[in-house]
Write a new protein. Structure first.
Length: 279
């Protein structure tokens, strides 16, 4: 004769664990962690009933329910700590950004751009006409990117760059996914963009070696090389610092949004259940 008790207990355990997760979120949203004594009392009651039950299925079910209540107390405390930590970190990072944001130039074409970019003042276009150099920027969400700009009498058709430190160490970008070429009054202008994560670790390499003379080789059909100026090295370090702060803020906000989505999901499900009960 087959015994289905184990399967029933497994299904019931899975159901109770799944049930208590949204309950904890809902309780945290409306009552905060101060509702933990309710879970404690229910948990103790379930444990007492569990040891007095002769029927194994009921005994296990009540035991699981009691343990779930005790787990809920811990989860409430953890959620409170997590939310408090996220709020604290968000405030800290935002204050750090506000303290240095005035040191950067901000560019945004409201007609075509939804998100603007911060860059070092020494690298605004107006100050760098007819110059080949690496330009660094970070958008408002903390995504940093680098643009290799070439200006000269002849096209070199470059799609990548290689940067080399005095000790021979180097980093090299893969071929850019976003590049274009143009001509202005006979001058050939080429630009290639590389986002962090698609830059072959060049941006991090330059930040690490910001105090050293860096040679930049443009990789294309023709060879071209230049040396980063002190201002360009200062620019990569400054933009890198801002990028770290802005990306941290974006990640914190994402975590808070996910928590709010869970809460809204629970509220919607409970409202649907109340609506069905009234019908």
């Amino acid at each position: 004769m087959m015994n289905f008790s184990g399967i029933l207990i497994g299904v019931l355990t899975f159901f109770l664990i799944g049930l208590f997760h949204p309950i904890v979120i809902y309780a945290e949203y409306y009552f905060g962690s101060r509702c933990w004594p309710v879970f404690l009392l229910v948990g103790i009651l379930c444990m007492i009933l569990s040891v007095r039950m002769q029927e194994i299925l009921w005994s296990v079910s009540l035991g699981v329910l009691g343990v779930s209540c005790f787990w809920s107390i811990k989860e409430l405390k953890e959620q409170e700590k997590t939310l408090a930590y996220l709020d604290s970190m968000l405030q800290e990072k935002q204050e750090a950004v506000d303290a240095i944001k005035g040191n950067y130039a901000f560019e945004k074409d409201a007609e075509y751009q939804r998100i603007g970019n911060y860059l070092h003042p020494s690298q605004v276009i107006e100050k760098n006409l007819h110059r080949s150099y690496l330009r660094f920027q970070v958008d408002e969400n903390g995504v940093m990117s680098m643009t290799s700009i070439y200006c000269g009498p002849h096209n070199i058709h470059h799609l990548a760059v290689k940067v080399t430190a005095p000790d021979g160490s180097f980093a090299e970008t893969p071929a850019s996914k976003d590049s274009y070429e143009t001509t202005d009054l006979g001058e050939k202008i080429e630009k290639a963009d590389y986002k962090v994560g698609e830059d072959g670790n060049v941006i991090a390499f330059l930040n690490l070696n910001k105090d050293k003379n860096i040679r930049v080789n443009y990789l294309g059909e023709r060879s071209y090389a230049t040396t980063m100026t002190p201002n360009d090295r200062k620019a990569v370090a400054a933009v890198y610092e801002l990028a770290q702060l802005l990306s941290a803020i974006t990640e914190i906000k994402k975590n808070k949004d996910e928590a709010n989505l869970k809460i809204e999901f629970v509220k919607r499900k409970m409202a649907e259940r109340e609506g069905r009960e009234k019908e």
